[in-house]
Ligand binder design. Structure first.
Ligand code: SF4
Length: 248
């Protein structure tokens, strides 16, 4: 059964109610509740990065045909593209969608594919935010892989939240690194190949470095810049064209 919410107020109220119910629930319980509430109007957004296998495995057990949205920015490591293919096949996920930047947007904003050198926010906007905005148009709710232990803006992450007219589920918000490692070991999940090379968080190749000993998980992302998020998890003012508000 899936539920349709007719207004932003109803959607926000549903998110508050679900967060209260699911605040301490196991990630699988949260995913089951999300599927129960939203059915085919629910998507999971995954980077197929360093910690993605746990959430993807749980999702595959609950609903193998869930829509999995993968942002193929055109700037990903080849290892990530291989991992996305192999992991989806192994887990039996049948509905992984590769989201690519629009040709027109790239021709206008980044014809040389060098925008990341001068304006990372604009580059993320064209290569991540806009493609995800378009894909999320057909969904009422989505699932992310964000966790509190990543720190920064994620320290106060709720399990269920409301952003830009949609419900966002963060089933792993409560889990720490040891929980993830234990689940991956118990289910024999393959690691992203770059983890063994010192990358605890993996995004686009121009903006990802290995983390040093003792640094935060996301320390190698946009290193040296005043930037910690790509923009898909930032709620925007109503009326802006990319109003989605968004494990990336
Ligand atoms: S992470 Fe870097 S290369 Fe990827 S979209 Fe953002 S700025 Fe561009």
């Amino acid at each position: 059964m899936s539920v349709a919410y007719d207004s932003v107020d109803q959607t926000a109220a549903a998110a508050i109610r679900l967060d209260a119910e699911l605040r301490r629930a196991h990630p699988r319980t949260i995913l089951e509740a999300a599927v129960e509430s939203f059915g085919d109007k629910l998507a999971l957004v995954s980077s197929f990065g360093a910690e993605s296998s746990v959430l993807l495995d749980i999702a595959a057990r609950v609903k193998p045909d869930i829509a999995v949205l993968f942002l193929d920015t055109g700037m990903l490591f080849g290892q990530t593209l291989d991992y996305r293919r192999n992991l989806a096949e192994r887990l039996g996920l049948t509905n992984v969608r590769d989201l690519r930047p629009a040709y027109q947007d790239l021709a206008t904003a980044d014809p040389q594919a060098k925008l990341w050198q001068t304006d990372t926010d604009a580059c993320c906007h064209v290569r991540k935010v806009l493609p995800l905005d378009r894909a999320l148009g057909e969904f009422d709710a989505w699932i992310t892989g964000r966790k509190r232990f990543h720190g920064g803006d994620r320290l106060n992450l709720p399990v269920v939240e409301h952003a830009d007219g949609k419900v966002k589920f963060n089933p792993l918000a409560n889990w720490g690194k040891s929980d993830l490692d234990a689940y991956a070991a118990e289910h024999d999940l393959p690691a992203h190949p770059l983890v063994a090379q010192g990358f605890p968080s993996i995004g686009c190749w121009p903006c990802t470095q290995p983390a040093e000993e003792g640094e935060d998980v996301r320390a190698g992302r946009w290193k040296g810049l005043d930037k910690t998020e790509c923009g898909i998890h930032v709620a925007r003012a109503p009326g802006t064209p990319n109003n989605v508000g968004g494990d990336i």
